[in-house]
Write a protein that binds this ligand. Sequence first.
Ligand SMILES: NC(=O)c1ccc[n+]([C@@H]2O[C@H](COP(=O)([O-])OP(=O)(O)OC[C@H]3O[C@@H](n4cnc5c(N)ncnc54)[C@H](O)[C@@H]3O)[C@@H](O)[C@H]2O)c1
Length: 254
Amino acid sequence: MMDFYTGKVVLITGAATGMGETSAIEFAKAGAKVVVADCNETEGQATVDEITKSGGAAKFVKVDVSNAESVKAMVAKTLDWYGRLDCAFNNAGIMEENAKLADIDEAMFDRIIAVNMKGVFLCMKYELPVMVAQGKGAIVNTSSVCAARILPNCAAYTASKFGVVALTRSAAVEYGGSGVRINAILPGAIATPMAKAAIAADPARLERIKHTRPLGKVAEPIVIAKAAMWLCSDDAEHITGHALPVDGGYVGAA
Ligand SMILES: NC(=O)c1ccc[n+]([C@@H]2O[C@H](COP(=O)([O-])OP(=O)(O)OC[C@H]3O[C@@H](n4cnc5c(N)ncnc54)[C@H](O)[C@@H]3O)[C@@H](O)[C@H]2O)c1
């Protein structure tokens, strides 16, 4: 798989921190030219600096994935810089609620759906025509284990992540004949700023995580980077429309 990424152009959203940042670094180590896309300019530029100081190729583009013009400009920049788009990891997301459904603020519901679900829609809307024209491409969207096993107190987030799987499967069916594969990853508990904030808001969560995962731990972001790299590579050439839990066995144990 490693030779596969030499010279490939890989766009990653949510690449300023967490699993997107680790993925950007790992794709670059494997020889990819990485577009680090995020709304957080300082941390996004820091990801690029980390890659370039080790001799890798990366550029930062500021994007709000919930805004069509911004996403369109992100894809256009990628083409301006590198001339093609081989792989896209649509990973940006937010998890802000910790409340039962009737207590979720309407504005927060709209925002979570806009970033997590509409964001993936908009990314694919502008990435797919480029990949179809190339006759080849691979997309991985970040969903969550909550799209396979319901977690309490995050109904809006859960709805958004079910939506990501629905969009992934729809796109896979519609674009299967064009050489573009589209899959989703369902991360379990991964030690990123997002998960750390969720555990800080509800400390009992850490014990629940340990007891409900056959592998018994919160994993490091590298496990997601490896899964994304495999799904985007030709090693996964016959896989499309799949929603892959990377979760220490949480979904399988249900
Ligand atoms: N960490 C976990 O345990 C876990 C579990 C399941 C799913 N996920 C999903 O994994 C993805 C990555 O999350 P993470 O855990 O690395 O968290 P994170 O908070 O470290 O990373 C999320 C990134 O998305 C960016 N972002 C947020 N809103 C954006 C917007 N509107 N436009 C562009 N960028 C935006 C943030 O700036 C940040 O860099 C998310 O989609 C999240 O829902 C995480």
